[in-house]
Design a protein around this ligand. Structure first.
Ligand code: ARG
Ligand code: ZN
Length: 881
């Protein structure tokens, strides 16, 4: 198996356009037969003798005909996945018939069967496993799809678009024909067949189109669809109001699937969802779960315009649909619940995971120049950093300017396959900016990997009451790209001794300013700065950069107390907490193990002064301020990562911070919001989140009392948010009664797969070295099933990516465990294995002894027979220095 690298610079437009696709899919007892009739027309730009090139993988070819004349194997060449036919001339009709085996498809790509349900996953290159086809995103056609299947086992037959015919067929079979009038690439095709129940509702679009909304699930899950339905309706209205985007078919369908490699998929008019991203019920779903459903439902819906109506020319442009759509779903979620909480959660996620990716062996540009396996590029960099670029454009152009740009983009490229330059030039044209300069400048964000660093220096002059601010940007260089200065929006404010100061920049007086850093170094002069301020920098995280500013502990404490930008108050606690944890870890390393008092911590002091009041005035922010950075975040802040030492230092700081707050935490818990019926609202969620944090805090101060309270929540709480919080605290803090609680929880929820996933995940992520043995046992549990990606992620994924203390065992036993699992998983599901393998990318951060263990593991794995997905990931990880 030789790995083939594909380069953006080699892009060639297709020689043949596809005018229409007609599919006939016979679902049989042990296989499926797919007949395709494809009408091609040579592109005006293509040479007269151009070959017709299609793609196919794992297909049994039964017949091929060109304009109804049968072809034989001599008439075509088939090499690897590429099938070529030389006699297509001006164009004509290709008819093929293939046989495939959905039951044996364990990779969950193409057409497969999950718990008796047939479903498809085609993005990125799964359609070629269903039929011979020009399976590339720049070939768009209308589709007509007929599905024929056994009526008893598959009463429901779905595909994209509108159902135009259905009826009985022979031998107890039946059929349905679907027509999708919107030309689309094959990656947006979907087919579903099985025994499903449906929740129906409707939506009337702004221009009066009546749309039928349908959510299909297993019968037992029908009571868990209300939240997704409400989310869908809200998202549809929101996209009309915020982006002028209206839905364009008579039906919108969502299908819940229990075996799924990702979160969800935006197939035209027929989204396929991981059950975990669509099902929600207070009894079984936590607040975080409810939020995720809302966000993913919205994300997939928003793809109808950013992705489907305007799609991508090639997979190098993946960020064009994903980055933009993530930004849109983040905007949407911010407006549903709390904008500040949404922003700080998104930023903490980016800083914890994407920064690490960008600093490690798997770093790549938001628009990469090459790849081996495209499935390996559905990454945090493409999605989350891609979203930050869209957000910076929004910040720079303003909400109205950005909307003018997106209107221009949707209008100009509707029905087409676009590239990143098209998006950027739309933003420039619609705002009257010089197109070439704008595109060239902003494209750098898409081309240059790595997280930029911005160094901040400032000087306040008491006599003139002026302040000069100098910002310097720098980037690490990567092979093949010479870094050039990026356009970096900087939002900032000035905090005086009692609060926000108004200052003047270029004769504009304001308390918050916005700059654009676009050179390697720039200086700004502010006047009427009445006192020495502390700078509140990059408000709301106005650019995805690392900031180096010489802020003292007192400066940070001032921001925590007085900044009017709530996001920056939170970010100042993170910065200060990180500083103190790293200092403690360093003291421990030197053998200085004196007990710490709260007064030794600037963070503890700052929080003691303001937190109890904040817990009343802004419980959502208050609960966030007590969630100190986790080990994954901290690992990105150090050059040599010792998980156990950081864990110990983090616990010590937590104790310093929490001790003065004990009384306040006690009275918060006395409110017992957790024990009231579930309401999905920002206020109710803030109250629950605060109590969950308080319980976790109490567990450190008074373990017995915390254990009693956790047991109470488990026995009388009316919803999963309380149960899950209680279980996590009991298990993660090893409180009395934890084992019995684990057993009882299992007995109660063993028949709810999504709850059971949480049960597995809670144990696999318990931050103790002993969790490795627990994971070994969980892998042997009757309910562990390596065929279900959600279950694998709950155990193996949590262990490798969310339990550093157990995973980074000194003797390498954690790496061995992962390696063993990777081989088992890779043999059936390469995408899943490749993703889990990413956990080994941390190795350059580890101490020499652990590094040696990981390298041994990597070399052993690379000697095995692996999928190209996993091989590419491990090879890139191994190549780091
Ligand atoms: N387009 C989907 C979404 O973001 C995800 C598809 C992921 N595909 C993959 N091969 N990993 O909504
Ligand atoms: Zn997406």
């Amino acid at each position: 198996l030789t790995a083939i690298t594909i380069y953006l610079k080699d892009y060639q437009a297709p020689h043949y356009a596809l005018e229409h696709t007609d599919l006939h899919v016979e679902l049989l007892s042990d296989c499926a037969e797919v007949s395709a009739t494809l009408r091609f027309k040579r592109a005006a730009s293509a040479p007269k003798d151009a070959a017709l090139t299609l793609l196919g993988a794992d297909l049994e070819l039964l017949s091929v005909a060109w304009n109804d004349q049968p072809l034989s194997a001599d008439d075509w060449q088939w090499q690897g996945e590429t099938w070529q036919f030389n006699g297509a001339g001006e164009g004509g009709v290709l008819s093929t018939k293939v046989r495939i085996y959905p039951d044996k498809n364990l990779a969950l790509e193409g057409l497969y069967r999950s718990h008796g349900l047939y479903c498809t996953q085609c993005e990125a290159e799964g359609f070629r496993k269903i039929t011979l086809f020009p399976d590339r995103p720049d070939v768009l056609s209308t589709f007509r799809t007929t599905i024929v299947a056994d009526q008893a086992s598959c009463p429901v037959l779905l595909s994209n678009g509108n159902c135009v015919a259905s009826g009985k067929a022979e031998n107890g079979r039946h059929f349905a024909t679907w027509e999708d009038p919107h030309p689309k690439p094959s990656y947006l095709f979907a087919l579903v067949a099985g025994d499903l129940a449906v929740l129906r509702d409707s939506f009337t679009t702004a221009s009066g189109r009546e749309v039928a909304l349908e959510i299909y699930t297993a019968e037992v899950d029908q009571d868990k669809c209300d939240h997704a339905m409400r989310s869908l309706q809200t998202a549809m209205r929101w996209d009309e109001q915020r982006y002028g985007c209206e839905y364009d078919l008579d039906r919108y369908m969502i299908v819940a699937v229990s075996h799924f490699n990702m979160g969800a998929m935006e197939n035209k008019g027929l989204n396929v969802f991981n059950t975990s991203c669509v099902l929600a019920h207070p009894a079984t779903t936590t607040d975080a779960g409810f939020q995720r459903v809302e966000a993913v439902v919205a994300h997939e819906y928003f793809h109808n315009w950013s992705g489907n109506r305007v799609t991508c020319r090639d997979w190098f442009q993946l960020c064009l649909k994903e980055g933009f759509t993530v930004f849109r779903d983040q905007q949407f979620s911010a407006e549903q619940l709390s904008p500040v909480v949404q922003r700080l959660e998104d930023v903490a996620f980016l800083q914890t995971h994407q920064f690490a990716e960008d600093a490690g062996p798997l770093a790549h540009a938001v628009r990469p120049e090459s790849f081996v396996e495209i499935n390996n590029f559905y990454t945090l960099t493409i999605y989350e950093k891609g979203a930050e670029i869209a957000r910076m454009l929004h910040t720079f152009l303003g909400a109205e300017g950005f909307r003018r740009g997106s209107d221009h983009y949707f209008k100009t490229y509707d029905g087409q396959a676009a590239i990143v330059e098209d998006f950027l030039s739309s933003m420039a044209i619609a705002n009257g900016l010089a197109v070439d300069t704008f595109v060239c400048q902003w494209l750098r964000w898409y081309r240059q990997p790595g997280t930029p660093v911005v160094r901040v220096t400032s000087a306040w002059h008491a006599d003139s009451k002026t302040l000069s601010l100098t910002l310097t940007q720098s980037q690490t260089s990567h092979a093949g790209v010479t870094p050039e200065p990026l356009p970096i929006p900087v939002r900032l404010g000035f905090i005086g001794e009692t609060g926000e100061l108004t200052t003047t920049l270029a004769s504009v007086s304001a308390s918050s300013h916005q700059l654009l850093l676009e050179k390697a170094e720039q200086t700004w002069h502010f006047s009427q700065v009445e006192q020495a301020p502390v700078l509140s920098l990059f408000r709301d995280f106005s650019a995805p950069v690392r900031v180096q500013a010489a802020l003292s502990d007192e400066d940070l404490a001032r921001l925590i107390r007085l900044d009017s930008n709530s996001f920056n108050r939170w970010s100042a606690t993170y910065t200060l907490a990180t500083r103190e944890i790293l200092a403690l870890a360093e003291q421990y390393r030197r053998g200085d193990v004196r007990a710490r008092q709260p007064q030794d911590s600037a963070l503890a002091g700052a929080l003691a002064a303001m937190w109890p009041a904040l817990a009343t005035s802004d419980p959502a922010l208050a609960s966030k301020l007590l969630q100190l950075p986790n080990l994954a975040y901290l690992s990105d802040q150090v050059s040599c990562y010792d998980p156990a030492a950081l864990q110990r230092a983090r616990e010590a700081l937590l104790l310093q911070v929490l001790t003065p707050l004990e009384g306040s935490l006690q009275s918060i818990l006395a409110n017992e919001h957790m024990l009231t019926p579930y309401v999905y609202s920002a206020a109710a969620m803030a109250a629950r989140s605060l109590e969950a944090v308080a319980l976790d805090a109490l567990a450190r101060l008074q373990p017995e009392a915390a254990a009693t309270m956790a047991q109470r929540w488990l026995s009388v709480a009316p919803h999963m948010s309380a149960e899950q919080a209680a279980l996590t605290t009991l298990v993660h803090q090893q409180l009395p009664g934890a084992d019995a609680a684990v057993q009882a929880f299992y007995a109660r929820w063993q028949h709810e797969p999504l709850v059971l996933d949480q049960w597995f995940a809670t144990q696999a992520s318990a931050p103790h070295a002993s969790a490795r043995n627990t994971v070994e046992a969980l892998l042997q549990h009757d309910d562990f099933d390596a065929a279900v990606p959600n279950r694998v992620r709950a155990v193996v994924g949590q262990f490798a990516s969310n339990n550093p203390v157990a995973f980074h065992d000194m003797a390498g036993k954690g790496y061995d465990l992962l390696a063993q699992q990777l081989l088992l998983i890779d043999a059936r599901n390469p995408q899943l294995a490749s993703r889990l393998a990413g956990a080994l990318g941390i190795w350059p951060k580890l101490d020499p002894a652990r590094q040696a263990c990981v390298l041994k593991t990597l070399d052993a794995l690379l000697n095995e027979s692996l999928s190209s997905d996993t091989r590419e990931t491990l090879t890139r990880i191994r190549a780091a220095h």
